[in-house]
Ligand binder design. Structure first.
Ligand SMILES: [Zn+2]
Length: 330
């Protein structure tokens, strides 16, 4: 049984897009689904596409931080069942409910609102209990072409051909996975309003607040709008933290993709990317930010090439309207 696999090698190194689509469709339409694990796992991989290191490896901590965040927000924040039998809940669901009860956490809290140490503790427990099942099961469903893994060594590495494919079709894959997750949740929760469920799932990984990033950015940078250069030091209310490449595409919050922006620019830019000039400024900004904050966790997997890639792939994925501010302050 694939869910008991402890090790998996990449079965075919050179796969065509047709073959990848075929296996993905198999996963979406034919795989046996006893919990929502596999959808949430694939969603976690999509969120971490730009967190890989040089040889396309992802750490289990990264994968399961996303996995636990999504699961928490589904189970606790939205109170949704994750398996068809209420008496046999998914293991991750049991773990999260135990913590929520023990710690008296209000049910409307999102995962990022918990103390960092508690997030870490919960993530570690979910990782320990779910890794073998989740990683092996998805591997089996996609015929071993997506990645290699070794549970004991906490190793996970994408097949390069599949990695390219996922970047190229990232937006479609996010939408497809959200759709199938919603269909599944609708069934096991006997929910009737798919549209409202879908709008919840689309932002399930979104943080409740970017305040911690505001603190870092204002500590190390001049308090000015990244786009129009307006001085923001007098108004906290007018200062927003903006995803340089829109959140709707990256689905994650990396410091290297976040800037301070005035409310006006942030609202007008909205879900667009900027003209290429600002990409150049962003690369410079990151270089100077690294020199002051150091290569901490925030920049652990950052490389210039990644941001350029992300910019180019966002255009390929349909973010074709390029925005820039009308006026720039001296
Ligand atoms: Zn501005």
């Amino acid at each position: 049984m694939s869910h008991d696999l402890k090790i998996g090698e990449i079965r075919e190194q050179y796969v065509t897009e047709e073959v990848i689509w075929q296996h993905l469709n198999n996963f979406y339409y034919r795989s046996a689904v006893s919990t929502s694990y596999k959808y949430v796992f694939f969603k976690s991989l999509l969120e971490n596409l730009y967190n890989v290191d040089d040889d396309l490896s992802l750490s289990y901590d990264q994968i399961f931080y996303s996995f636990t965040t999504i699961y928490w927000n589904l189970v606790i924040h939205h109170d949704l069942e994750q398996s068809p039998n209420k008496n046999k809940p998914a293991r991750a669901q049991t773990i999260l409910k135990k913590y929520a009860k023990e710690q008296g956490i209000p049910s409307d809290w999102q995962f990022d609102q918990l103390a960092d140490s508690l997030q870490l503790k919960i993530t570690n427990e979910v990782k320990r209990d779910c890794k073998q099942n989740v990683i092996g099961a998805f591997y089996g469903d996609t015929a071993g072409i997506f990645y290699e893994f070794d549970i004991k060594r906490a190793h996970f590495r994408f097949n390069p051909a599949v990695y390219q494919f996922m970047k190229k079709y990232q937006r479609i894959l996010i939408n497809l996975t959200n759709y199938h997750l919603v269909k599944y949740l609708e069934k096991v929760n006997e929910a009737t309003n798919t549209i409202s469920l879908l709008s919840k799932i689309e932002i399930i990984s979104k943080r409740s607040s970017l305040e911690s990033f505001y603190k870092v950015l204002t500590q190390f940078e001049q308090n000015r709008c990244f786009y129009c250069n307006q001085d923001l030091s007098t108004s906290r209310r007018k200062t927003h933290v903006d995803h340089f490449i829109p959140w709707s595409f990256v689905q994650t919050d990396n410091l290297w993709n976040l800037v301070l922006a005035c409310s006006d620019c942030n609202t007008k830019k909205s879900d667009k990317i900027t003209t290429r000039t600002f990409l150049e400024s962003m690369l410079e900004r990151n270089e100077s930010l690294i020199s002051v904050v150091g290569e901490t966790n925030d920049f652990y997997t950052y490389e210039e090439k990644k941001l350029v890639d992300l910019y180019d792939y966002s255009i390929m994925n349909g973010y074709t309207v390029l925005w820039e501010p009308r006026m720039v302050y001296e």
